[in-house]
Design a protein around this ligand. Structure first.
Ligand code: MLT
Ligand code: ZN
Length: 493
């Protein structure tokens, strides 16, 4: 714990109680078992890998209340962790020590929706699935989708620059977020809640907060561009026996499906073995294989899409790159394909503990990281497939091939420092040496903050530090994560 931050006192809590509704201050300074239990939900992350010791959760209901909370924390040197859905995968939204948790969960209203431009404006604490349901009723869809949509909130999605399953077609939050309202550490409100697609008037300040993981301020409102809901959705499930063939299928999909391709996802046989074992789900294919691919299309004319799909399948057949393929008959079946893909990360966590990586690597080398890590862990004698006493149970690979983003999930019975130190930074160095970066979509958080220098040169880190010093000079926003004092680099760096 950094002792330059003050410890929480009863006087601090009294102040927060004076500005927030009574039920929106959850404090365990009174040692009540019930509040301690309630606080645990905010102190511990989804994977149960990271656990903080915060004694106070604040749930402001307006931008003004967020501003008052932050101003007070800044003046009193109290460290803060912003939180929304707390479904992150890198420990970014839980405290490390006793930081005060400021949750945006009580700010969950839709402000407005423009059905001409498709711009949705809402509070940061809106749950992604609720936003999806709201715009869907109006013929639109949110441009991002992920397995955690029932829990994650748009503020956290923006803060972590989440990618997800629709990225290939609809692009990043850097392009879809049109405006943000943000409260800085000193309580100042930055009103950049623009609804304009184009703006060439100077620095695009809001971009700094997309992916800042709460280190520069708290996002309170978001304006996001939503596309029309597609009239025709098709999905194809394929299996193949080599990585070369996965790439050939991708090239064929790009050629024949071009503008209608909305997702190109894959998982390998190791990932599938966990899905079968823990989720009791099966791929809709006669035989098992090494790789499984899910291709989805979004279009506005079913007949046109069917023709394109037909030429894609014909090309696949002629080139013989897939062993089996299955086209979904209806929306329900398309959903069932997605359930299999979305259940992969859940299945990977069922053995007790999982070390998760979301590497961005050029597609040609992307799967080599899985091959390398299996070999590396076997050589270290911690991965002994078939041996029940093996520390590492499974090394699964899956992800968003179209985006050049692979997930390596290393399942173990429990979290151990020995295994963590064996994998990290090795996997990050491998990624850098193959022209990749250590996070494609989950962010840095507590897990990867100290490895930032592996993916960013010193010159860029120094600019990041300067920005941090301007916007949060007292370093109260989400400390111990981004830009920590100690960084891991290679001796040659
Ligand atoms: C996914 O692609 O399924 C997500 O990034 C979630 C995860 O990997 O756990
Ligand atoms: Zn992902």
């Amino acid at each position: 714990r950094d002792e330059r931050y003050n410890r929480l006192t009863k006087e601090h809590v009294e102040y927060f109680k004076s500005i927030l509704p009574k039920d929106n201050v959850i404090c365990s300074l009174d040692d009540s078992e019930e509040t301690k239990k309630e606080l645990l939900k905010y102190n511990i992350d989804w994977m149960k890998k990271y656990r903080g010791q915060s004694q106070l959760v604040l749930l402001p209901t307006s931008t003004d209340e967020v501003s008052q909370c932050l101003r007070y924390c800044n003046e009193n040197n109290l460290a803060v962790v912003p939180q929304s859905g707390n479904s992150g995968l890198v420990g970014g939204s839980v405290p490390v020590f006793d930081e005060i948790i400021i949750s945006t969960k009580a700010m969950n209203k839709i402000i407005d929706f423009d059905d001409v431009s498709g711009v949705l404006t809402c509070n940061a604490g809106c749950v992604l699935a609720d936003l999806e349901a709201y715009v869907e009723e109006r013929g639109f869809m949110v441009p991002l989708d992920m397995g955690s949509k029932k829990y994650c909130c748009i503020g956290g999605n923006v803060s972590s620059n989440a990618g997800g399953l629709r990225y290939l077609r609809y692009g990043s939050l850097h392009s879809n977020v049109l405006g943000l309202e943000v409260v800085l550490a000193n309580g100042q409100v930055i009103d950049n809640l623009s609804k304009l697609r184009k703006d060439s008037t100077g620095y695009d300040i809001k971009q700094l907060f997309i992916g800042a993981e709460g280190t520069l301020g708290i996002i309170t409102n978001v304006a996001i561009s939503t596309p029309r809901k597609p009239k025709a959705v098709n999905a194809v499930f394929l299996s193949t026996d080599s990585w070369e063939n996965v790439q050939a299928i991708y090239k064929t999909a790009k050629e024949h499906l071009q503008e209608i391709i909305s997702a190109f996802e894959f998982f390998d046989e190791d990932a599938y073995s966990l899905v079968k074992q823990h989720m009791q789900l099966q791929v809709p294919l006669k035989e098992e294989n090494k790789f499984y691919v899910l291709v989805e299309t979004h279009g506005s004319n079913k007949q046109h899409d069917n023709e394109k799909l037909h030429s894609f399948l014909e090309a696949i057949k002629t080139s013989n790159v897939a062993r089996e393929g299955y086209v979904s008959k209806d929306d329900q079946q398309t959903r069932s394909f997605w359930i299999i893909r979305e259940s992969v990360p859940v299945a990977c966590s069922k053995n007790g503990a999982v070390f998760k990586y979301d590497l961005s690597i050029p597609i040609a080398q992307i799967y080599d990281v899985a091959i390398y890590m299996r070999k590396y862990l076997k050589e270290a004698n911690v991965y002994r497939p078939g041996d029940e006493t093996s520390e590492v149970i499974n090394v699964a690979a899956y992800g968003h091939i179209g985006d050049g983003n692979i997930h390596i999930n290393i399942s173990c019975k429990s979290y151990s420092e020995e295994i963590a130190n064996l994998i990290e930074p090795e996997i990050f160095y491998w990624t850098r040496d193959h022209n990749g970066v250590i996070s494609g979509e989950h962010g840095l958080g507590l897990m990867k903050g100290k490895y930032l220098a592996i993916s960013k040169p010193g010159s860029m880190i120094r600019i990041m530090e300067s920005i941090k010093n301007i916007l949060d000079p007292n370093y109260i926003m989400n400390p111990y994560k981004y830009l920590p004092k100690k960084r891991i680099t290679r001796l040659s760096d």
